[in-house]
Design a protein around this ligand. Structure first.
Ligand code: 5GP
Length: 207
């Protein structure tokens, strides 16, 4: 029985997932973020080993062949994968793990870990999503419509998740996320594993 929980956070782009996840990681040091491997090129400001491990397609394929990924998927033409070894190490340390992956990866992980918790981040309205996707107005209408269609496709998978967090206000959405994490930590089996001595003392005691 493991002490930690795997949390899978999925969101369509434009739902504000990254800001929310960073706020959660700052607020709760016991939640560790998995850094994925990807074949896509780094965006401006992205740091190798921090935002992603940026690798070539050849190396990614070798890693697949060696069975190094817990899950991997192609998302909009690039490959993304979660390190099997890192997850195993973090679970052995009793840490909670956060996977920021797409719905396909979420499927794969939940097949392997039935007690992994799926959290879907939703925008407060279609209009808000569209405004966020339009960003600073630098993209063409065609690009924006493509992103919107992709976001709607992602949202069509919301029913496959345990929790839905609506990101209208960052503070409220962060509180919601923290509540989900805390609830899982208080599950009886997790508590019994974490406090084995206490449980055996009390159960072997007077009541
Ligand atoms: P981006 O390239 O914008 O950072 O991410 C594109 C999509 O890939 C997002 O939906 C993101 O959650 C997903 N993604 C990032 N890392 C992984 C991963 O390791 N596995 C899977 N399946 N999806 C990932």
């Amino acid at each position: 029985m493991q002490q930690g929980t795997i949390f899978i956070v999925v969101a369509p782009s434009g739902a504000g997932k990254t800001t929310l996840v960073n706020a959660l990681l700052n607020a709760d040091p016991h939640v560790k973020l998995s850094v994925s491997y990807t074949t896509r090129a780094p965006r401006e400001g992205e740091v190798d080993g921090k935002h992603y491990h940026f690798v070539s397609r050849d190396l990614f394929q070798e890693m697949i062949n060696r069975g190094e990924f817990l899950e991997c998927a192609e998302v909009y033409g690039n490959y993304y994968g979660t390190s099997q070894r890192w997850i195993a190490d973090q679970l052995a340390l009793g840490n909670d793990i956060l996977l920021e992956i797409d719905w396909q990866g979420a499927h794969q992980v939940r097949r392997l870990f039935q007690d992994a918790i799926g959290i879907f981040i939703l925008p407060p309205s279609l209009e808000a999503l569209e405004n966020r996707l339009r960003g600073r107005g630098k993209d063409s209408e065609e690009t924006i419509q493509r992103r919107l269609a992709a976001a709607r496709d992602d949202i069509s998978h919301v029913d496959e998740f345990d929790y839905a967090v609506i990101n209208e206000s960052l503070d409220v959405a962060l509180d919601d996320l923290l509540a989900i994490v805390r609830t899982q930590r208080l599950k009886l089996l997790r508590q019994a594993e974490r406090h084995r001595d206490l449980f055996s003392e009390l159960k072997g005691g007077a009541f």
